[in-house]
Design a binder for this molecule. Structure first.
Ligand SMILES: O=C(O)[C@H]1O[C@H](OP(=O)(O)OP(=O)(O)OC[C@H]2O[C@@H](n3ccc(=O)[nH]c3=O)[C@H](O)[C@@H]2O)[C@H](O)[C@@H](O)[C@H]1O
Length: 451
């Protein structure tokens, strides 16, 4: 299935909310003068008014304008919203889709709102939950950080399996409230975020908008909901920043983020503490370590390298100080999904109701890594083997763009509490990714056609 070309990071700039609104009205209202002797002067108009046909016509024009003004007023103050092309206020068909998607088909099944459901991890988790009989509703804003056609393709897959994805933003408090009024969610799997470490230098506002402001709007909705859901959300390995102690443990300090992305994820962890402390929300944060696999993110290195190698283009490989190779604890999507689902299954209930805390609630943080870091050049070698093509490499010193030299997860805690035990090595995982890539972009082993 060919679905158009993959974007480079930043090719689809995110349109963040403007910080100020331009005033388009004349700066000196009331300056327009009534022309007494002109064609449209009052006397001319009043003269015409006496003609009965014109009078009737004018009367109905005025009535029409009045009715339109009333309708506009009503819409403005009744909170009417339009998402994409679908209006969700008082839309019975839309409400039916929402409720049908949340239908539980197993005993003790969960009812989960998945944010970022058309994203990489969100689509995999949603499918897994739906397949085992949980009620699942997705929400995604389908932004253009990377090729949105991949997101719509993921949505099509989800809808084929009975998961409805609402097109909307987590910053839309009215939409979230409508969803919580319609459905008593037991859990929220919060995966909507502005991802990418290096793009934060191009569009810092989008990180604050999604990862901080959006998180707060979501927590507010959860805190006000009755029942309050338990929340599991995606933090990041990047919070370890310039940590030199390996492997990275949840007990290590995380106060030296190297990128704005990392800083907003760390801010999210701190905000989570506050909502747990004040309102009794049960919250579990998951620090993902460079998650990869089929249906992945085109902005990530393994994905963009695959595209470049197949097209015969040069890839840029960063190197650390003194020529040291960079390394990542690449973690396969199926392992991460298991960690997410185990977090949902072991989450205790939130203790608050009506926006008031009734007791101490669970607050957890887990590393979801693979514990076997691989250098970037070794990752490229695995791709070359699977693609049967040699990569053209340009090796450059790591620019000051928020990158960290290596990541390595200690997963003892996740193993103990979630039985999280990743089982896919990079060799196996990339083989599955390349297989998916070839089939999705219509690249047979022989074919060299451009996706
Ligand atoms: O674990 C996380 O929390 C994060 O993981 C991911 O970030 P990273 O680990 O930086 O992954 P990724 O971009 O694939 O770069 C991989 C390696 O390739 C190197 N790299 C990258 C690009 C390039 O052109 N050249 C290069 O050498 C690069 O220097 C790096 O060493 C997610 O994107 C992020 O959203 C977040 O979830």
């Amino acid at each position: 299935m060919a679905v158009g070309s993959i974007s480079k990071p930043g090719q689809y700039p995110h349109t963040a909310m403007p910080l100020s609104v331009q005033d388009n009205f004349p700066s000196t209202p009331g300056k327009a003068k009534l022309e007494r002797n002109g064609y449209f002067s009052f006397s001319r108009i009043s003269g015409r008014w006496h003609s009965s046909t014109s009078a009737k016509f004018s009367f109905w024009v005025i009535v029409l304008i009045f009715l339109l003004a009333c309708a506009a007023f009503q819409l403005k103050f009744s909170g009417f919203h339009t998402i994409g092309k679908v209006s969700w206020l008082n839309n019975p068909a839309w409400e039916k889709n929402v409720q049908h998607s949340c239908h539980v088909k197993r005993d003790e099944g969960l009812v989960v709102l998945v944010t970022g459901a058309a994203g990489f991890v969100g689509s995999h988790v949603s499918l897994h939950l739906k397949k085992r009989g949980d009620g699942v509703l997705g929400i995604d804003n389908f932004n253009s950080y990377y090729d949105p056609s991949l997101k719509t393709a993921r949505r099509a897959l989800l809808e084929k399996h009975g998961v409805f994805v609402v097109e909307g933003d987590i910053n839309d408090a009215a939409l979230l409230q409508t969803l919580f009024n319609l459905v008593p969610f037991t859990h929220v799997m919060h995966l909507a975020a502005q991802a990418g470490v290096r793009y934060a230098m191009e569009n810092p506002g989008s990180y604050v908008h999604s990862n901080v402001a959006g998180l707060v709007v979501l927590f507010e909705a959860c805190k006000n909901a009755n029942p309050q859901p338990a929340i599991v959300w995606a933090s990041s390995s990047s919070v370890y920043g310039l940590n030199r102690k390996v492997p990275f443990s949840e007990f290590d300090r995380t106060d030296k983020p190297a990128s704005l992305y990392a800083a907003t994820k760390k801010a999210g962890e701190v905000v989570a503490h506050t909502y747990n402390h004040i309102y009794g929300l049960s919250i579990t944060g998951l620090r993902f370590f460079t998650v990869y696999g089929p249906w992945g993110r085109p902005d990530m290195a393994y994905f963009s390298f695959t595209k470049a190698i197949l097209e015969g283009n040069t890839i840029t490989v960063y190197q650390g100080p003194n020529g040291a190779d960079l390394a990542r604890d690449f973690t396969y999507i199926d392992d991460v999904v298991k960690g997410c689902v185990a977090s949902l299954d072991t989450a205790q209930k939130s203790t608050g109701s009506g926006g008031k805390k009734k007791g101490i609630a669970q607050l957890r943080i887990f590393n979801l890594g693979n514990t076997k870091p691989v250098t970037v050049p070794d990752m490229v070698k695995i791709l070359e083997k699977n693609l049967k093509t040699k990569a053209h490499m340009n090796i450059v010193s790591m620019p000051r763009n928020g990158d960290v030299p290596f990541t390595h997860a200690n997963i003892t805690r996740a193993l103990q509490e979630l039985s999280y035990n990743p089982s896919t090595d990079l060799e196996t995982g990339l083989k599955k990714f390349v297989h998916w890539y070839r089939s999705y972009y219509d690249y047979s082993d022989q074919s060299r056609s451009t996706p």
